[in-house]
Structures are given as structure tokens and as C-alpha cells.
Design a binder for this molecule. Structure first.
Ligand code: SF4
Ligand code: SF4
Ligand code: SF4
Length: 484
């Protein structure tokens, strides 16, 4: 029943969640609202007033993504107790709803670039010691058993003098995939370092935002960056290393370049996938309007428009391990100029609809195989990924355009990853986050909480204090270890 004569609000109040004030970072209630087939987050800080941000560019897809919400897997151990409530107890605390697929170790804060867009706010700060990283890795093994992915990040990890030993330390602990998150500059010019990296064989998570000088200038402050990036990628191909391109996409800067990035990635011998990330506004960032924020559906739509049918919006499926609006992914078999997305070969929703299909045991084998691909822990181009592809193809009955022996080599990934910032922070997403920054005191902090609620600043201050006192980080979790 409507009140006679009263105007409609024009929006649907979809649900209540918790967020933070972008000014003072206190935890506050937030409404998720559907309006004009868009999704907005609105919240009111008692001190700083009203804030609203666009969080998803397709309300219908946002609502229906719930069926891709896979039951979580708890870690073998939690590292913190519940004291103040989420997000103040990271972590992982007993309230957390997922284990860690991707463990991120920020080995330093220094960088050989000074980007206008830098969630890490790179600059003066800390450099972890090898012993600290070994302690972090040992703790990850305790909490995860066999860790899926360890990603060395920074700052710029390739300028850390002990990075090679850190990679070896992760490999010695049987981590399934080791990655380096890099801007590629050192790899473009340092022959000896490239050879040493190639001997260890990690995957490269490679910053690559586009081709135009305006894009490189706006996001990285270096209009002439492209030749350096291309040189690094060609050298990585010669060295036999696998690369995931990581473009940050900002409105008014490079959304029009996504099709060209896909075309480039499909053709480049080192590139096994692309991880598009809508620019998020933590750390250093450009001025932005939160109501105009780019989101996953915007990038998918632009890929569909700019790749002329190679990829369609329906080829992208939410990733079930984390909150399904955080990531979407598409895989395609590639043979020469032919591109065949897997979602056109099998009915993905039939297997990954966790609400409708939970009680159908005959689907479990296929679902399990697809879950290994539709996961934040999937790293194309690695031997373990190849095994997953073969198992998935066999379970799903896919013979594909190639024989199965070459299917893994010819599978190309396009992932969309929308990290949260203080305007879009949504507590329900971080509570099921599967990516965590691993700290030398033993805390494992969901990535979007680390970037938004003050943990990054706290870690920098804490480690600087240790250094002033002439000591290394020590695992604190012995004091706080929590068992279920
Ligand atoms: S984000 Fe997870 S680990 Fe952090 S406080 Fe919330 S539930 Fe706990
Ligand atoms: S975005 Fe990456 S490359 Fe740029 S300054 Fe930050 S850490 Fe360095
Ligand atoms: S890192 Fe952020 S966007 Fe990614 S899964 Fe965690 S909460 Fe979601």
C-alpha cells in the first residue's frame, strides 16, 4: 500500500551492512540501495555526515550473484580473538568466514616509481628481513596446511635485496603458487636479476594499465612508460616466465583501452591472463567522485564492446570463494585468433549455483573441478594450474578446440577484481575475504580491511618502532592463539 500523494524514493532498500566513515574510519551502519539498475552504498557518520558511493554497475547481477556464494572453509587456526567486533579484530579472527586463498607479504614500502595511484602509498617505511618473512611463512603453513598462493608485494618487491631468498623460502614450504607483484622496471633492464628470477620460476603479477601516454601519465606519472613495460614483457617471455597483466582502470583515463589490453594479452607469449582492477581510492589516488566509481560490470561491458564478440558479458561468472561481487572471471581456450570462452561450452550456473544445487551429489565432481578454476587461487601458466585444467576438462567432458594435453597452455584468464576503499567498504565482503596481508606479528589481515581501516598505517608504525628499538618482528599470536 502506498501513502496517497507521497513521492516514491525511487530506490529499493536492499539490505543493511556495516561500513566505515571515509573521514574518521569509525565503523557505521550502511544501506545497500538499488536505483536505476545500479547499486549504491549509503552511510551516515554522526560527525562527518552522509556519504554515498556506487558499488556495482548492475543491480540485477548484484542480486543474483548471491547464488554463487560458496560455503566458506575455515583455517586450521585463527590468529586473533574477537574483542571489539569486525573490522577491528583482524585477523583472521573467529568470526571470519573464509580461509586464505592468497597470502600477500609486503616485503618493503620503497619503490622505484612514484605513482599518483598507489594503494600502498609507497615511500619511506620498512623493509622486512628474511627471518621475518620465514616466520610469516611458517605461520601461514600452520594456519593453512599447504598454502595456495603467496604473493610478494610492496612497495616494489624486486628492489628488496633478499627477494630471491624469500621466494626460495616460500617454495621450500610447499606453497602451491609463488607470485611477484611488480611494476616490471627492474626486470626490463637487469639481466642477472632476470636470470635469477627465471631459475626460481615464480609467476609475475605485472602492472600494465594501457598503451596511451595519457594513461601512463595519469596513473603512473610517467608518460613514456610503455616501452619499458613492453621490454620487460618480451624479456619475461624469453625467460619462459608467466605473466598476469594487472591494469588499474579509472574513469576518464583508460576504460576505452580494455579491449586493446585483451588483444595484446591474448597475443603476447608471456601473458596467461589479465586481472582488471577498477581503481580504488585507498592510499594515494586521483580525485574522484564516489558516485561515478567504475565497478566490475562497467569493465565487463567495455570488454564486451571492445573485443567485438570475443568475450561477452555472459562469459564472466562471479568467483565463489570470496564474496561473489568481489571478483568475476572468464576463461577461454585460445588457438591462433580463435577464442572460445568456457562458459559457452558448459552451463556454469548449473554447477556453481550453491543455493539451487546444494543437494545434488552427482554435480559434486564437476563443481569441485570448476571451483579450482573459479578461485582467487588459480594462477594460469603454472604446472598446478595445468593439472586443475585437465581435471576440470575431464570432469566436465570438455575436449575443447585442442586436445587436453595442450588445453592448460591455451587457456587464457580474464579476471575482474574490485577492491574496496573507504567509500565502498562493505563489512560483509571483508568477512568472507580470501586474500590477506600477512604481518610479522602473526596477524593475517583481509586485504580490503588492511587498506581502509588503518591497519596499513598501524603496521608501518609498528615495524618502524621495532627497527628503532633494534629488533625484528616477533610472532605475537602465541599470546593470542585461538582454537575453536
Ligand atoms: S574482517 Fe574477518 S578477521 Fe577481520 S575482524 Fe572481520 S571477521 Fe575478523
Ligand atoms: S603503485 Fe606500485 S609501482 Fe606505483 S608507486 Fe605504488 S608500489 Fe610503486
Ligand atoms: S580483497 Fe577485498 S575485494 Fe578481494 S575478496 Fe577480499 S574483500 Fe573482496
Amino acid at each position: 500500500m502506498t501513502i496517497q500523494g507521497a513521492p516514491s524514493s525511487g530506490e529499493v532498500f536492499y539490505e543493511l551492512t556495516r561500513s566505515i566513515c571515509p573521514e574518521c574510519r569509525r565503523s557505521i551502519d550502511a544501506k545497500i540501495l538499488l536505483r536505476d539498475n545500479q547499486v549504491y552504498l549509503r552511510k551516515r557518520c554522526p560527525e562527518h555526515g552522509l556519504f554515498e558511493a556506487r558499488i556495482y554497475g548492475d543491480a540485477e547481477a548484484y542480486v543474483s550473484a548471491g547464488r554463487f556464494n560458496k560455503p566458506g572453509t575455515v583455517p586450521l587456526q585463527h590468529s586473533t580473538a574477537i574483542n571489539h567486533g569486525c573490522p577491528a579484530d583482524c585477523g583472521l579472527c573467529l568470526d571470519h568466514a573464509q580461509h586464505i586463498c592468497v597470502g600477500i607479504i609486503e616485503v618493503n614500502t620503497a619503490c622505484n616509481m612514484d605513482c599518483p595511484l598507489c594503494f600502498a602509498n609507497a615511500g619511506a617505511g620498512f623493509s622486512l628481513t628474511l627471518a621475518e618473512v620465514e616466520g610469516i611463512l611458517d605461520h601461514l603453513v600452520e594456519t593453512e596446511g599447504q598454502p595456495e598462493v603467496v604473493q610478494f608485494s610492496g612497495g616494489e618487491p624486486t628492489i628488496h635485496p633478499q627477494l630471491l631468498s624469500m621466494i626460495e623460502a616460500a617454495q621450500a614450504r610447499n606453497v602451491r603458487h609463488v607470485m611477484i607483484n611488480t611494476n616490471g622496471k627492474r626486470l626490463a633492464s637487469d639481466d642477472e636479476f632476470l636470470a635469477e628470477i627465471a631459475a626460481l620460476g615464480p609467476s609475475l603479477y605485472f602492472q600494465f594499465d594501457g598503451f596511451e601516454p595519457g594513461t601512463c601519465e595519469a596513473l603512473r606519472g610517467e608518460p613514456d612508460l610503455l616501452p619499458v613495460k613492453l621490454r620487460a614483457l618480451d624479456r619475461l617471455a624469453e625467460a619462459g616466465l608467466s605473466v598476469i597483466l594487472v591494469p588499474a582502470i579509472e574513469r576518464g583515463v583508460n576504460l576505452h583501452e580494455v579491449g586493446r589490453i585483451v588483444e595484446f594479452g591474448l597475443a603476447h607469449p608471456a601473458v596467461r591472463g589479465i586481472n582488471f582492477q577498477p581503481a580504488f581510492h585507498s592510499g594515494r589516488h586521483l580525485t574522484h567522485d564516489p558516485l561515478e566509481r567504475i565497478t566490475i560490470p562497467d569493465v565487463i561491458q567495455s570488454i564486451a564492446e571492445q573485443t567485438h564478440g570475443q568475450f561477452l558479458s555472459t562469459d564472466f561468472i562471479p568467483v565463489p570463494c570470496c564474496f561473489p561481487t568481489c571478483n568475476s572471471v572468464s576463461y577461454a581456450f585460445v588457438s591462433g585468433s580463435e577464442v572460445l570462452p568456457i562458459a559457452r561450452l558448459i552451463d556454469m550456473e548449473q554447477y556453481l549455483d550453491y543455493i539451487a544445487n546444494r543437494v545434488l551429489p552427482d554435480k559434486e565432481e564437476v563443481r569441485g573441478a570448476l571451483e579450482r578454476l573459479w578461485s582467487s587461487a588459480a594462477v594460469p601458466g603454472t604446472p598446478a594450474f595445468g593439472e586443475d585444467v585437465l581435471q576440470a576438462c575431464t570432469a566436465c567432458g570438455i575436449t575443447g578446440p585442442q586436445d587436453l594435453g595442450s588445453a592448460a597452455d591455451n587457456l587464457f584468464m580474464i579476471m575482474l577484481q574490485d577492491f574496496l576503499d573507504p567509500w565502498t567498504f562493505t563489512q560483509k565482503n571483508v568477512m568472507k575475504c580470501c586474500k590477506a596481508v600477512l604481518l610479522p606479528d602473526g596477524r593475517q589481515i583481509p586485504f580490503c580491511a588492511y587498506n581502509t581501516v588503518g591497519y596499513r598505517e598501524q603496521a608501518r608504525t609498528q615495524i618502524a618502532a621495532w627497527r628503532r628499538a633494534g629488533r625484528e618482528g616477533q610472532m605475537r599470536f602465541n599470546l593470542q592463539r585461538v582454537h575453536k
